[in-house]
Design a protein around this ligand. Structure first.
Ligand SMILES: [Mn+2]
Length: 424
């Protein structure tokens, strides 16, 4: 299903006058507004292929109908999002859920929708029907060499699929760890994981990046073999310049200071990518910005400051991906909300007066420092984000337009009510 540009523009016309008023009101006092709009236009967030169907919990899953039945339909769904917000210009695939049968035609289809392939993701956290060895007790950390070999080979196969599609990064998230004290020798499992990652690293082309993702707990509840940013940093440092840490917002212990983690990883040149989501308790996979938008802003503030300090390109030098999937919203509406929340936090961070903030810090003016951050955070930047979309032919109000065009109803008509997308 394709959303035609003229239909989006027709619906935009109804809200154009109000938008203009809001935009003039906010942008009037921002001297570098054109520069900010251009940065917002350039910034693209990759959509994960596994977030396009209804997610589930371990208790159940409730289909929403019209879910994509194959990789081609997943690409179409991301194309719909991108047509509406002009900020979802990439897709992140998960192997083996999304094995491309014909890489060239899949690539051509993505190009038709203006999409690129972001990081490819390997899966050694569940057993596939045709698989010889089981990952029940881990993959790269496993005591059995045959299991470790199988996990390494799988990752190398994922790299090959990625090369064929024009992807340039591999995300490795391991569910490896232990659920009971005594189950593992921590040093031995670290060494096994490192050995495996080294082999995978060696199979990556020179222009590729490896993202080593960490997670504090789940599915293992006593130890995780890549449990925090320190462990990920250790692996990434030992592996070499193509290896980086990936920060997933939902993968920390409660109340972790993620913005500080981000700042230090950037300082060391070891921050590679991001998985956005939001949470209240653990890895809740909730819509980005739905629980704690201030934290998201503080993270973006460190990202912008840290990237500028290293002369990095905001849009291209880090991998920006959403990793969320839950079970009650229409996933496409959820993703539109998530991307919007990311763009808002980014726009707010671009408003922070870094020089003034540094002056306040130098004079220990704590009150002023807080004022500067909250001045930016409390600015309603939604008209700026909408203006960036409008300039690129997207929708002023993506969720409203999605509903006005009866997108989900049309997808159900086209694909049926009982379709289930591959994923967890
Ligand atoms: Mn993740």
């Amino acid at each position: 299903m394709l959303l035609e540009k003229y239909k989006i523009q027709e619906l935009n016309d109804a809200s154009l006058k109000t938008h203009r008023q809001h935009y003039e009101f906010v942008a009037g006092s921002i001297s570098n507004r054109d520069e900010i709009i251009q940065k917002l236009i350039d910034f693209q967030v990759a959509i994960p292929s596994w977030a396009l169907g209804a997610g589930g919990t371990r208790f159940g899953r409730f289909s929403i109908g019209g879910e994509p039945r194959n990789l081609e339909e997943k690409i179409e769904d991301v194309g719909l999002l991108h047509a509406l917000n002009q900020s979802s210009g990439a897709i992140s695939l998960h192997i083996p859920w999304d094995i491309p049968e014909n890489a060239n035609s899949v690539k051509a289809l993505a190009a038709q929708h203006g999409l690129k392939f972001d990081a490819v993701n390997s899966n050694t956290f569940q057993d596939q029907p045709d698989q010889a060895q089981s990952y029940k007790f881990g993959s790269l950390q496993h005591v059995d060499k045959l299991v470790r070999k199988q996990a390494v080979e799988h990752n190398i196969e994922v790299i090959k699929h990625g090369i064929a599609l024009g992807s340039e990064s591999l995300t490795v998230w391991l569910s490896d760890g232990s659920s009971f004290p005594g189950q593992l020798n921590f040093r031995k499992s670290f060494q096994y994981v490192l050995e495996g990652l080294k082999e995978i690293y060696a199979a990556m082309p020179d222009n590729w990046k490896m993202f080593v993702e960490y997670k504090a707990f789940e599915p293992n509840f006593y130890s995780m073999s890549v449990g925090d940013w320190g462990q990920s940093y250790l692996y990434a440092s030992k592996l070499g310049p193509k290896a980086y840490t990936l920060v997933d917002l939902g993968h920390h212990l409660p109340n972790a200071n993620i913005e500080q983690i981000v700042s230090l990883l950037l300082m060391e040149g070891k921050l590679g990518g991001f998985h956005f989501n939001d949470s209240k308790y653990g890895d809740d996979d909730l819509t980005v910005g739905s629980i704690n938008p201030y934290q998201l802003f503080l993270i973006f503030n460190e990202l912008v400051e840290g990237m500028d300090a290293r002369g990095m390109n905001h849009a291209t030098d880090l991998g920006w991906m959403i990793d969320a999937s839950h079970n009650i919203k229409d996933p496409l509406e959820d993703l539109l909300q998530s991307v919007e929340a990311i763009m808002i936090a980014y726009a707010q961070a671009l408003l922070v007066d870094a020089k003034e903030l540094e002056t306040a810090r130098q004079s220990n003016d704590v009150v002023k420092a807080q004022e500067i951050l909250q001045q930016a955070y409390r600015t309603d930047v939604r008209p700026l984000v909408a203006e960036a979309r409008l300039k690129e032919g997207g929708a002023l109000k993506p969720v409203e337009v999605y509903r006005q065009l009866k997108t989900r109803e049309n997808l159900i008509k086209e694909r049926g009510l009982k379709t289930v997308a591959t994923g967890l």
